[in-house]
Design a protein around this ligand. Structure first.
Ligand SMILES: Nc1ncnc2c1ncn2[C@@H]1O[C@H](COP(=O)(O)OP(=O)(O)OP(=O)(O)O)[C@@H](O)[C@H]1O
Ligand SMILES: [Mg+2]
Length: 306
């Protein structure tokens, strides 16, 4: 049973179709990234899952529950952060968590545990308004984890952070996954999704363009780049290599599509044919390249023209 399953989920505001017929499934233990440019419908999708936004059409289930009553119970097994976390600026981080913990009937020991997990224990007595952006984001993660939820839903958890802040968030998310949590996060940050997530849906203008394991999407198209003194001879030999197809010359190198990432066999084949490459490397598409192809070159993080 999928932890989250969306079927034809749609949200229409007057002229805008914010989410358009979205279907996807998130399985237990996945770190699932919902990747799309600004305005592509990420927050709206999360809002629907959390019961804040009412779908225009389609349906979804959480832990197999899809009726309103059953969804209330399913959401009790879910921790979440939305775009801008609601904390009281003049209260300390710890007191803010206490308020959230009261609502969720979570004890003090767990508050300290969560502060520890996000590395905020040393600053927990300071006022929220004195926190850096990264600390604010981490406090939001702590709040989402209070009730030790099985599913954690995070809207742009690394938004606005510097590389070190992102690394901290990534470590926390990976830690959650290692403890068996299922994580659904939205992001417009390709690198982040590529490094953090096991699975991804690429979305554009509310439509899901592609869904799959990150390793399949970025590794699905393996190329090898080979250089040698006699490039024409190299091209001829590569053309005859059974494990490669569509060999061509590009930028002074031979580029070919590989059936597998096995460079040892290729290397032996080349030397067996008297070619001694000066450069031999496998390259796979980055998520960024896939994303660019699917979104017509809308740069990551740029607003969608509507
Ligand atoms: N309450 C609303 N009323 C009207 N239009 C809305 C509303 N909420 C969202 N939209 C529109 O729906 C589309 C998707 O918005 P959404 O906030 O879901 O995108 P997003 O992917 O989260 O963007 P960002 O990366 O900027 O957070 C946008 O065109 C937005 O203007
Ligand atoms: Mg958003």
């Amino acid at each position: 049973m999928a932890v989250i399953e969306a079927r034809g989920l749609t949200k229409r505001y007057k002229e805008v179709v914010a989410v358009d017929d979205a279907s996807f499934a998130v399985e237990r233990g996945q770190v699932f990234g919902f990747l799309g440019p600004n305005g592509s419908g990420k927050t709206t999708t999360i809002g629907m899952l959390l019961g804040i936004v009412r779908p225009t059409a389609g349906s979804f289930s959480l832990f197999g529950a899809s009726t309103p009553g059953a969804l209330v119970a399913a959401r009790a097994r879910t921790g979440a952060t939305l775009e801008t976390p609601n904390f009281y600026p003049y209260m300390s981080g710890r007191d803010n968590l206490r308020i959230a913990a009261n609502v969720k009937r979570v004890g003090r020991a767990r508050i300290e545990e969560c502060l520890d997990i996000v590395g905020l224990r040393g600053r927990a007595k300071h006022r929220f308004k004195t926190y850096s952006l990264g600390m604010k984001q981490r406090l939001a993660l702590a709040a989402a984890m209070l009730a030790d939820p099985e599913l954690v839903v995070l809207d742009e958890p690394a938004n606005g952070l510097d590389p070190q802040g992102m690394r901290q968030i990534r470590r926390i998310i990976r830690g959650m996954a290692e403890r068996g949590k299922t994580i659904f996060l939205s992001s417009h940050l390709l690198w982040e999704v590529e490094r953090t997530c096991t699975h991804v849906s690429i979305i554009r203008r509310g439509r899901i363009m592609k869904t799959g394991a990150v390793s399949d999407i970025v590794g699905g198209d393996k190329h090898v780049v080979v250089k040698a003194d006699d490039i024409e001879r190299l091209l001829a030999v590569m053309d005859g290599y059974p494990g490669a197809s569509s060999a061509r010359i590009s930028n002074g190198a031979v580029v070919a599509r590989l059936d597998s990432g096995d460079l040892g066999t290729l290397s032996r084949y080349l030397s067996g044919h008297g070619v001694h490459p000066s450069h031999l490397a496998a390259e796979s598409k980055t998520l960024e390249e896939v994303f660019m192809e699917l979104t017509d070159g809308t740069p990551p993080g740029a607003a969608e023209a509507s």
